[in-house]
Design a protein around this ligand. Structure first.
Ligand SMILES: [Zn+2]
Length: 164
């Protein structure tokens, strides 16, 4: 008898129902879902505007206030996605960018879609505007950005709409 180890494997499946909380950031997701708004926070002391929102200012550790943020902004850095999870595979290729929304001091990561995606449409400095799914769940995937020049065409598609 050989001393070689043989690993016996059985394929199985686990279904898990669970929920998780957005904690202090919940207001952002509720306003996104119900009112098509993008909220950030503003530090009560130094005035820095955080997007993504922070409950406490990361610079001076003071409390922040919720404020409505512009839905237009500028790409700071970007890339084009060719490999992704099954959730987004049909959208390939699409852009991912750090976007600084107008009036904010920080940037956040979000998808950039275009009817004709070429690198120049996701380059640094490109102006973009948020487009929202009509059927929102209160998730970051409820919205994405498009080049400002394509905005009207995107919000006229039946599954999308513009923000408030
Ligand atoms: Zn501050």
């Amino acid at each position: 008898m050989s001393g070689e180890f043989q690993d016996h494997q059985i394929r199985d499946k686990i279904d898990i129902n669970y929920k998780y909380t957005m904690g202090g950031q919940s207001k952002f997701f509720i306003e996104l879902m119900n009112n098509i708004k993008i909220l950030g926070t503003k530090c009560k002391i130094c005035g820095k505007v955080w997007m993504p929102p922070r409950i406490n200012c990361s610079d001076c550790y003071e409390d922040t206030d919720w404020i409505e943020i512009n839905q237009t902004g500028t790409i700071q850095v970007s890339t084009i996605v060719w490999y992704t999870t099954s959730a987004f595979i049909q959208a390939v290729p699409y852009g991912i960018a750090f976007i600084k929304l107008d009036g904010t001091h920080t940037a956040f990561n979000q998808g950039i879609f275009s009817e004709n995606l070429v690198p120049s449409k996701v380059k640094k400095g490109q102006r973009v505007r948020a487009v929202f799914l009509k059927e929102r769940e209160g998730k970051m995937t409820d919205f994405f950005f498009v080049p400002e020049s394509e905005y009207e065409r995107w919000i006229n598609k039946p599954e999308y709409e513009g923000g408030v």
